[in-house]
Design a protein around this ligand. Structure first.
Ligand code: SER
Length: 312
């Protein structure tokens, strides 16, 4: 029997959907409480609570009632949505984090997972093989909130001994759930459109290379850093994490190997500017060195696995 009781906030989103499945396989269904801002179909699969992460009182009540000791905080506005609602993006992304950090400061919970992003980097960051420690200067609301969040995580760790762990996710691609409001979402949409219509109109230009990762690797990294011994997790802001990098043109070529008649066109929109401010590839040496990070999937393996699952 696991002694850990886990709460996943934002559990019905792109990452949460798959993370809850995997956490339940490890810790047992009843030890993983899913929660989101509204009731979703996930409520049929196991324990579920409606939580507004901005409401510290409600959050505290649910954490206490279920005797939760670990929280995975996934509720956030992503890059493209936050540009449309900057104030809400800032408030949700920051207040949600404070509410969870404070639960750990008060020793009500003892471990936190909070995702950061490649969006913490900006136009002045070295774009290739971007190091862990470098110029950041994010230019999006989302990136600003993630960078500030990283600073606060490290601050709570140093000042209050809060055991918070974090990864800078690249664009994430999976078949079980839809992405919501990010700049890298095209890399999921393209698979669905390829199967449905045989064609895709991409909102980024053909040579826009971005760091990406297949969801099973992201889940493996997330659970991996949460299970690592505390003294191995040396970076308490957030770790660079790397899978592989590709452009819309690269993935279109890979998709054509499965669907030869597939066509793609390019109509860049406001998300192009966001993508242009982000790195093209990430150096994840620290994650490998400190707690043994290693991805399993490359572009070809991911594409093969996406098609074999989506076709089912
Ligand atoms: N996938 C995210 C986004 O596009 C990056 O963290 O916003």
């Amino acid at each position: 029997m696991s002694k850990d009781k886990i709460l996943v906030i934002g559990s019905s989103g792109q990452i949460g959907t798959e993370l809850v499945h995997n956490l339940r396989a490890v810790y047992g269904t009843d030890n993983v409480i899913a929660s989101d801002i509204k009731r979703t179909a996930q409520a049929k699969e196991g324990p579920f609570e409606v939580i507004d992460v901005m409401n510290a009182h409600q959050l505290g009540e649910i954490v206490t009632r279920h005797d939760v000791n670990q929280v995975y905080l996934l509720a956030a506005l992503l890059s493209a949505t936050a540009e449309k609602m900057p104030k809400l993006g800032w408030e949700l992304n920051m207040q949600g984090l404070f509410n969870v950090l404070d639960l750990a400061k008060e020793k009500i919970i003892d471990r936190i997972y909070w995702p950061s992003s490649i969006a913490v980097f900006g136009p002045n960051t070295p774009r290739e093989n971007t190091p862990q420690f470098t110029i950041m200067e994010p230019s999006t609301v989302y990136g600003i909130s993630k960078q500030a969040g990283e600073r606060w995580c490290e601050y709570y760790f140093k000042k209050y001994n809060v055991d918070v762990r974090s990864l800078r996710y690249p664009g994430l691609i999976g078949w079980q759930s839809a992405p919501g409001g990010g700049t890298t979402d095209y890399a999921v949409h393209i698979f669905h459109e390829a199967l449905k219509t045989g064609t895709y109109e991409c909102f980024l230009s053909e040579n826009t290379t971005l760091p990406m990762m297949y969801m099973p690797d992201a889940i493996k990294a997330t659970i991996g850093i949460m299970q690592a011994d505390a003294d191995k997790v040396k970076i308490r802001s957030s770790y660079n994490l790397a899978g592989f990098s590709f452009s819309p043109k690269d993935i279109a070529l890979e998709i054509k190997k499965h669907i030869p008649e597939f066509t793609i066109s390019y109509t860049p929109d406001s998300r192009q500017q966001i993508a242009d401010s982000w790195p093209q590839s990430i150096n994840a040496t620290e994650a490998s060195k400190d707690w043994g990070w290693k991805p399993d999937f490359d572009l070809k393996q991911m594409t093969d696995d996406m098609f074999s699952n989506l076709k089912k």
